[in-house]
Design a protein around this ligand. Structure first.
Ligand code: Z5A
Length: 212
């Protein structure tokens, strides 16, 4: 019998919502319980395209807004063969940001529609579950100052949050919203329940295509 596929689980949220913390905890838990699982993140700054994006985020270079949007998307597409291979081999992928960040961040800039921003990512592997870690700007501020990177201002982050809320209205995506102001452990427990359910369901289903 063919090997059951792994699930594609994405964590999204604004700055400091706890995405990286929770991706690591989920992967660790799955691995300890004997399920193959790996973490991925976007942008993946180690590739040639990822280095261009990284320099832009670190304010070491300037790129035209459409251009950088397409580079963020290209950074996902270049990893699709690897993602598909791992999923087919039965590995669950826990991904820190994905196309939804791409759309929310660019469409928060003046002159960009959600529709235009979604186009380059149409057809990417569709996540079986997208968990949005919801955190208000006031609660995020309690977790420390914004960093030095581009986009790390409270006005821009609020605009991004509104764009994510527009994306939640899309019923073709399995969005689940979790209150990220809870303790790390409480958020982890919520994520674990949702993830274990979807891993069991997804293993018998074909991998979908995003926004198609
Ligand atoms: N971007 C884009 O424009 N287009 C795209 O297509 C993509 C991304 C994919 C990449 O940032 C930037 O690129 C991002 C979007 C844009 N710009 N911004 N802003 P990144 O992914 O490299 O960095 P980040 O997502 O902003 O990471 P972050 O600030 O580190 O947030 P986080 O991963 O959600 O949080 P964390 O590192 O797990 O935790 C942050 C702090 O809070 C840390 O001190 C934790 O210990 C603490 N924490 C975590 N959870 C809790 C709880 N529950 N209680 C209390 N404290 C907590």
């Amino acid at each position: 019998m063919a090997c059951k596929r792994g699930a594609l689980i994405v964590l999204e949220g604004v700055d400091k919502a706890g995405k990286t913390t929770q991706c690591k905890k989920l992967v660790q838990l799955l691995q300890q319980s004997g399920r193959p699982a790996e973490m991925m993140r976007f942008p993946e700054r180690t590739t040639t395209i990822g280095q261009l994006v990284g320099a832009y985020l670190e304010n070491k270079s300037d790129l035209e807004d459409h251009t950088v949007h397409l580079l963020f998307s290209a950074n996902r597409w270049e990893l699709v063969p690897l993602m598909k291979k791992k999923l087919e081999q039965g590995t669950t992928l826990v991904v820190d940001r994905y196309a939804f960040s791409g759309v929310a961040f660019t469409s928060a800039k003046p002159g960009f529609s959600l529709d235009w921003c979604m186009k380059p990512d149409v057809g990417l592997p569709k996540p079986d579950l997208v968990i949005f870690l919801k955190l208000s700007p006031a609660e995020a501020a309690l977790r420390g100052q914004f960093g030095e990177e581009r986009y790390e201002t409270s006005v821009f982050q609020q605009a991004v949050q509104q764009k994510f809320e527009e994306l939640f209205k899309d019923p073709s995506v399995n969005w689940q919203v979790i209150d990220a102001s809870q303790s790390v452990q409480a958020v982890h427990e919520n994520i674990t329940i949702l993830s274990q359910k979807i891993i069991n369901t997804a293993q018998d289903l074909p991998l979908g295509e995003l926004w198609k």
